[in-house]
Ligand binder design. Structure first.
Ligand code: NAD
Length: 299
């Protein structure tokens, strides 16, 4: 089986490494020389374009920043749909709007190429450990066909429904995540300001009703969670500008559905401010800089 992987960044780089560890030959492409270098060091075959990677592939996985990159890689002037063979399968794991992947899948259908959405949850730690959750939008046959490949990169596979439903699940999950991360940042910063030690406060929250993934596994206050980006200068995580993109997807979808989301819109404004102030490429837990800029300085 020939597998191509396009988009070898914070997430895709680790996902491709897990495929390589299982003994697969992976043909990879990324715009970044650094990403390609890491991929080559892990044993991947570096290609010179998305088309070169995807030609003759049985399975293509894409893990790109946003809808415009996904559109370009599949449908652009040098897009992979022009070279993919009939019967091949594409898995887009990027977080994008449901409509874009539906449009791309419709073009794929005319070329007998099956395309599905399989965005992920679990962050960069889950990508490294191979414990990602995949939220799949596909028909049942395609879902069953991609499961063996997904199982090399993740632990949970949820069949959400037809094409696009994986993205709906992902957008709603990240809306909740952005709100819960901001809530933990607000509570931690207030507690410290009022005079409690941050370790003591986190200990109480994590054994009380405020406990959540953002407080327990990925706490935004430095040195609470050893493996969280907050303990390494907010580097190498889920970039704040990507969270802002996801909040935009949720707010846009809510507007189109005439279904207001109150907290999501407020948190979107906080992330806009954070990104404008220069933290766009830092991990999204750096939202705590909006509350405690001095105590949570970069390492
Ligand atoms: P990233 O920016 O680290 O990686 C994206 C990679 O795509 C980059 O290396 C970039 O060079 C490459 N790229 C961009 N355009 C390209 C093109 N035309 N051809 C080839 N390569 C191209 O982003 P990431 O953190 O890996 O996130 C990727 C996707 O996964 C995003 O949609 C994000 O929202 C989603 N996601 C990220 C996380 C996380 O914790 N980082 C978690 C879940 C989902």
């Amino acid at each position: 089986m020939k597998i191509a992987f396009i988009g070898l960044g914070n997430m895709g780089g680790s996902m491709a490494q897990n495929l390589l560890k299982s003994g697969q030959t992976i043909f990879g492409y990324d715009l970044s020389e650094v990403a390609l270098q890491h991929f080559a060091e892990a044993g991947g075959v570096v290609c010179t374009s998305p088309q070169a990677a995807a030609k003759e592939a049985d399975v293509v996985i894409t893990m790109l920043p946003a809808a415009k990159h996904v559109r370009e890689v599949y449908l652009g002037e040098h897009g992979i749909l022009a070279v993919l063979k009939a019967g091949s399968l594409c898995i887009d794991s990027s977080t994008i709007d449901p409509q874009t992947i539906k449009e791309i899948a419709a073009v794929g259908q005319t070329k007998q190429v099956r395309i599905c959405d399989a965005p992920v949850s679990g962050g960069t730690l889950g990508a490294k450990d191979g414990t990602l959750t995949f939220m799949v939008g596909a028909d049942a046959q395609t879902f069953n066909a991609i499961k063996p490949v997904l199982s090399l990169m993740g632990k949970n596979f949820v069949h959400c429904g037809d094409i696009g439903t994986g993205q709906i699940a992902k957008i709603c999950n990240n809306l909740i995540l952005a709100i819960s991360m901001t809530a933990v940042a607000e509570g931690m910063a207030l507690g410290v300001k009022l005079g409690i030690d941050p370790q003591a406060l986190a200990g109480v929250i994590n054994s009380s009703t405020g406990r959540c993934w953002s407080s327990e596994i990925y706490n935004p206050w430095p040195d609470i969670c050893d493996n969280a980006p907050a303990s390494r200068g907010y580097k190498d995580g889920f970039a704040a500008h990507l969270m802002l993109k996801d909040l935009g997807l949720a707010v846009d979808a809510a507007t189109q559905a005439e279904h207001p989301i109150v907290l999501g819109s407020m948190v979107q404004k906080l992330y806009q401010q954070l990104c404008q102030e220069g933290d766009a490429t830092l991990d999204f837990s750096s939202i705590i800089h909006q509350y405690a800029p001095h105590q949570c300085l970069l390492a």
